[in-house]
Design a protein around this ligand. Structure first.
Ligand code: ADP
Ligand code: MG
Length: 757
């Protein structure tokens, strides 16, 4: 299609440059480098605020040399040149430093050290302005750079030529994501060559003409030129705008096409029975469904009865009662002769669903034939658990039951995705806590049904609209707004040990009070043992904002805390037990059962209890080193208490000093119980790749300019356009460039393969 874009880089910039680019940036095609967009733009006349530079990242900055001094090393041969640079254009910095050898700390300065830096010694003279590129470190409060690449701005190759000085002064300097070996301006130079040699005019535009005209977009060729070599700030802003929209349009068109494809598939209609298991279940329900549960229930019932597959996302705050909604849908499918699978993110949660669903079903849960009438009794359904850690014999039996159709409802972890698992007639897939599963896993399960099954995805992490449109854009959405009646409020307190070390004892005394009152307590730790990483699930973002020193601190671990609590006087005689992901599955099950039955009063665990675990009698949760958890994770965790009509309390314990950025996150969690507010805050702190999930992004976000949280308007507009385009032309026959761009977005590996071929 776009032959020019798919061309090997060496054809346009020569073998040597192409080799350097491939080695350092991993880019091999014209398109790859053309779309290696600058991350920021510096203004030639402005120095970069040094105090705002991030640590331990490759940065590019403009600074002025305040002083320079060279000395011989004592232990070895050679010299060290220390150059102090400042972001202060005036005389303040010079006065502070006095132009002499610099030892103290001055805000807004950076100490740059060069070993045997002849070029630095001779070129970085006092008063000169230069671009520097390297990793900023902090040593005893002094920011520093070691052996960075630099470019004196007065000799800047981009400044030379016949352009007048005034125009040049305004010319933005693009800053590319650089590497230690390849500073931004070298990338800029190579791209300048690429822009000259590439036939930009031949590049097709994935944005349909009507849309480009409406948006008054720059033509593609101009946009490429101006995003890399802008003459004014307005230039790159316009270019960026068009590429950002283009990205959103490609993404939304891919989703619209997937939606259209899913809708065109034929599923088996699973019509409700008036006298089936579901009807019997509804009659014996121990509570009244909330308005939301009823409304969503009838939506699902209607969609399951259609012969196009349901593809629906069910959002609902922690404790809003999603499981019973899902169970009712599963029963409708079973009544109609099909099977349902429930996919849970952890073994603990799968086991808990298994127990509680069988309990909720009561006599309806049995070993009867699939959806049929067991002899003599009423209708019943066999519920089967299938997880990776089950003993072989039990697992084989479960697989047999799934394959033969004996099991009407199969509950499991990702073990359900395994190739060896098959179903007799899989009619509905329910995925619980979807934020742990990607599109691929959904598809792996879908592939196990003869005809496309109906799909219900559930999440308690409320998803901002733009994220939902982007990540779950192929699904319809329902939300459970209200919590069931009788839900008691959860009170959250921040316990700062830095200012009140004595509070540790008070925490355990408080736990004792709850236990004396007949209630139970969760204690959550970030780690299992002294030297491990806890049960952090893949894809969970390391909480941001912890400095090196902070991450060295010994964190609370399940083993150490259990030991400590066994010796804690105020908890003397209290039955307590550890629970974590590395225990033997039988032990885990036993512990969970002991806690559910109120034999174990205090459970010390990792985040294995984060999602779905439901013990009504638990009223207090103590989260140790709470700063180590993400905000929505904390919100999920505290949702484990206050479930049985008893008020819940959550203590967020931290050793961080007041004012520490991570402590502010805890304050935010303590201040609101609105999961939506929290998840919005939380997502802002995460990287885009974490939002989109590994599957959408191949581990990293493939989005270049689009930020799903920041560009709501762009995403919404692109979505409307995409819907209209795909609606009118589902195969995109009239938009080959767009189809091509979608293909590349969805299959970056395939693209790479083609290039080499
Ligand atoms: P979540 O949405 O977090 O998955 P669950 O489905 O686990 O929530 O429900 C939480 C608890 O609320 C369960 O014990 C469930 O039995 C109970 N529950 C669900 N619906 C209702 C209702 N309408 N009235 C009272 N309790 C309910
Ligand atoms: Mg749940």
């Amino acid at each position: 299609m776009n032959a020019e874009l798919d061309l090997a880089l060496e054809r346009r910039i020569g073998k040597r440059s192409a080799a350097v680019i491939e080695k350092h940036l991993g880019i091999t095609t014209v398109e790859g480098l053309l779309t290696y967009f600058p991350r920021r733009y510096l203004t030639r006349g402005e120095l970069t605020p040094i105090s705002e530079l991030p640590l331990d990242e490759e940065v590019t900055l403009i600074a002025r040399v305040l002083s320079s001094s060279t000395r011989h090393m004592q232990a070895r041969r050679g010299t060290i040149t220390d150059v102090i640079v400042s972001d202060d254009d005036g005389q303040q910095g010079l006065r502070l430093v006095g132009g002499r050898d610099f030892r103290g700390k001055v805000p807004g300065t950076l100490k740059i050290s060069f070993f045997n830096g002849y070029k630095a010694k001779t070129e970085l003279l006092q008063g000169r302005r230069a671009l520097f590129s390297g990793k900023v470190t902090s040593f005893k409060g002094q920011l520093g750079l070691t052996n960075p690449d630099f470019l004196i701005l007065d000799d800047d190759p981009f400044v030379q030529g016949d352009a007048d000085a005034g125009r040049l002064a305004a010319m933005p300097i693009p800053v590319y994501p650089a590497t230690a070996k390849l500073p931004s301006w070298k990338i800029q130079k190579v791209i300048a060559t690429l822009l000259e040699t590439t036939d930009l005019g031949s590049l097709a535009d994935p944005v349909p003409e009507a849309v480009a005209t409406r948006e008054a977009f720059l033509p593609v060729a101009d946009a490429y030129r101006l995003i890399h070599a802008p003459e004014t700030a307005a230039d790159w802003q316009r270019a960026r705008e068009r590429f950002r929209f283009q990205e959103a349009l490609v993404l939304q068109s891919a989703l619209a096409r997937r939606r259209a494809q899913l809708a065109a598939e034929e599923a088996t209609a699973r019509r409700p029975l008036s006298d089936g298991i579901l009807a019997a279940f509804d009659q014996n329900l121990p509570f009244t469904l909330t308005g939301g549960q009823t409304a969503v229930g009838s939506t699902l019932a209607g969609e399951l009865a259609q012969d196009t597959p349901m593809n629906r996302l069910l959002q609902g705050e922690v404790g809003s009662g999603k499981t019973v909604v899902a169970l009712r849908a599963m029963l409708q499918v079973v009544d109609a002769g099909g099977q349902a699978a429930l996919l849970a993110p952890t073994e603990v949660l799968a086991a808990q669903h298994y127990d509680s669903i069988r309990r909720t079903l009561g006599p309806l849960s049995g070993d009867g034939l699939l959806g049929g009438l067991a002899a003599g009794s009423g209708p019943s359904v066999q519920v089967t658990l299938l997880t990776g850690s089950m003993p072989t014999a039990a697992r084989k039996q479960a697989m047999l039951d799934a394959a033969s159709g004996t099991a009407g409802i199969v509950i499991g972890t990702h073990a359900l995705l395994s190739d060896t698992v098959s179903f007799y007639d899989l009619g509905l897939i329910v995925v619980d806590e979807q934020h742990r599963f990607g599109v691929e896993q959904r598809d792996a399960l879908r592939a196990k049904a003869r005809k496309p099954p109906h799909l219900l995805v559930m999440t308690a992490t409320p998803i901002p609209r733009t994220v939902a449109m982007t990540v779950f854009g192929d699904l319809e959405t329902s939300t459970l707004e209200e919590l069931p009646k009788g839900r008691a409020p959860i009170t959250t307190h921040l316990v700062g040990l830095a200012e009140n070390p004595g509070w540790v004892a008070r925490i355990w005394a408080r736990a004792r009070e709850e236990i004396n009152a007949g209630h139970q307590v969760y204690v959550v730790c970030p780690k299992i043992g002294a030297d491990d990483d806890g049960d952090f699930s893949p894809g969970e973002a390391e909480p941001p904002g912890l400095d090196a020193e902070e991450s060295q601190r010994e964190l609370a671990s399940v083993t150490a805390v259990v030991e400590h609590l066994q010796a804690e006087p105020s908890l003397a005689g209290v039955p307590l037990a550890p629970l974590h992901g590395r225990q033997d599955p039988d032990l885990k099950t036993e512990t969970m059962a002991g806690f559910t039955a109120n034999r174990i009063k205090l459970l010390v665990s990792t985040t294995v209890i984060e999602v779905g675990v439901d013990v009504h009698n638990a009223t207090l949760m103590v989260i140790l080193d709470a700063d180590r958890f993400g905000m929505s994770q904390l919100h999920q965790l505290r949702g484990r208490v206050g479930r049985g009509g008893l008020p819940g309390t959550c203590l967020l314990v931290t050793a961080l000093e007041p004012g520490h950025p991570s402590r502010r996150r805890l304050e935010a969690v303590a201040a609101t119980t609105d999961g939506f507010v929290l998840s919005q805050e939380d997502l802002k702190l995460r990287r885009e790749g974490d939002i989109l999930g590994a599957s959408q992004s191949g581990g990293r976000s493939t989005l270049k300019l689009l930020r799903v949280l920041d560009h709501e308007d762009v995403i919404a507009r692109a979505r409307e356009d995409a819907q209209a385009i795909v609606g009118a032309d589902p195969l995109l026959a009239g938009h080959p460039e767009l189809a091509d761009a979608i293909e590349k977005y969805l299959n970056p590996e395939k693209e790479a393969f083609l290039e080499r071929g």
